[in-house]
Design a protein around this ligand. Sequence first.
Ligand SMILES: [Zn+2]
Length: 435
Amino acid sequence: MTRPHRLLLGVAVSLTLAATATAQPATQYPTSWDPALMQRADIKAAMARLEQNFPQQVEEWIRLTEMPAKSGKEQARAAHVKATFEKEGLRTSVDSIGNVIGVRKGTGGGPTIVIMAHMDVVFENDTPKKVRRSGDTLFAPGVGDNTASVANMLSTLRTMNATKFTHKGDIIFIGTVQEEVGLKGAEYWLAHNPRPDLLIAPDGAYGSVSYGALGIFWTKYVFTSPGAHTLASRGRPTPVRAVAEAVERLYNIEFPALPDGAVMNIGQIHGGEIFNSVPQELYFTVDLRSPDPVLLDSLDRTITRITKEVAEKHKVGLRVEVDQKNQAGGTEKQLEGARAHPLVQTAVDINRFLGISSGMPGAREAVPTGATDANPGVVRKIPSIAIGGSRASGAHQLTEFALASTALPSTKLLYLLTATFADGIKTVPPGKIVP
Ligand SMILES: [Zn+2]
């Protein structure tokens, strides 16, 4: 999730909070979280084992972080995840895009729960990734996003086996690929497999549950011309003028404000090799985002219409190249049904129970947005959420770091969430809900 969006969300939240404080009590959403689960012998054993084995979990986290895993080149990590799934007795396979899938079979008659943790990082494979540890802080590119969650997922699996955890529904563990370049692994798996009942993506902000899907369209607009030597360029079509005018006109489009509106960024302009010629190709890229599917489509069409008009006016060619089209899951209003599914409130309640919070005053515990592997599930109206893997900062930057100790409660969150739904999706009667 980008920074400007987070700031806007903050303002919107405090306004809402002030209004609600005086007007009416907070909406009580259905939950399936029942703290009595903690009294179950196997759950007690699981929590104890997670604590005892946490130093080994952190060691594995560090080893995984130091493995190359650029999107599309995740083989090293995929091999580690596959070997672990096989060793832990899962029905393991690798699909044709490279996702590593491990099925822990249920006894039958329960919901199918999918846990997706993306294995890829944005950093090239030759980027130094040696983890530097200082006290409780781990410094390395990719340590937070999303390696913490891969290690949390593997530790959850081992703990299920070590404590003989049984469940009715199948639990499908997936190390996904290419999340950072368009959620491609998650999209592929959901498009080629039976619809699961629940989807949990450990890859979000610590202390926050995201149940929405920010639509993200990445498009490249390539303007072309026959080119010409400078001496012959007077009055000749040039893609440079077309790009200049198109960029200006796109930034003059009215974009309704987030969180329900949209944001557009032109992140790249490339073209031209030498001083003394009209370039044959020049392009810019557009990153267009909105939670509102209708608004996203109409803005996308407006942008393409304007670039076409400009290309015609300047008598240059135009190629529109779509890099990714991740659909939007809906505005907060449109997601009221999703918010009311117990998966969301249960995650919020377990966060509270474990003392996991974002630490930002007034921050919402459940947010109607997200840019994770949960998105394709949200768009398909599968109850889907993203949860935090650790408290981390500097995602996508070389200066990224994560607080090691926070991965323990994050793993307990994943474990308890799965255990809560593994035998069925039952909501706790309002009277029994622990505030
Ligand atoms: Zn991520």
